[in-house]
Design a protein around this ligand. Structure first.
Ligand code: TYC
Length: 101
């Protein structure tokens, strides 16, 4: 019986390009209650209460905090949904996106 022997091929390039990634950024403000920020982070970004609290405190003390790194349309959708959640309650809480360099 003859055996088929194939030469191993060295992959030099991915077949498909990786989609560009975007950061979702939580921006601090003086009005939105801390507990509300934590709840939005848990609801939209599936964070534990501990994770959400750490992210909230980082934004609170430093002015902003990266929440997640996602493909563009998912990052934009989540940022918009999270911001709208706050608008619905009359809070100025803001989530923005920017390309990950
Ligand atoms: N600074 C707000 C307060 O003291 C809480 C807060 C934290 C708001 C993080 C926005 O991204 C934020 N009530």
């Amino acid at each position: 019986m003859s055996e088929i022997v194939t030469k191993p091929r060295i992959r030099t390039r991915r077949k498909v390009a990786r989609p560009p990634l975007y950061k979702v950024i939580l921006v601090n403000d003086d009005f939105t209650p801390r507990e509300f920020v934590v709840r939005v982070l848990q609801a939209e970004f599936r964070m534990s209460e501990d994770q959400a609290h750490n992210v909230m405190i980082t934004a609170h003390t430093k002015g902003a905090c990266v929440v997640a790194v996602l493909v563009k349309d998912v990052a934009e959708t989540k940022a918009t949904r999270a911001t709208d959640m706050a608008r619905g309650e009359g809070y100025p809480l803001l989530f923005t996106t920017e390309p990950e360099t």
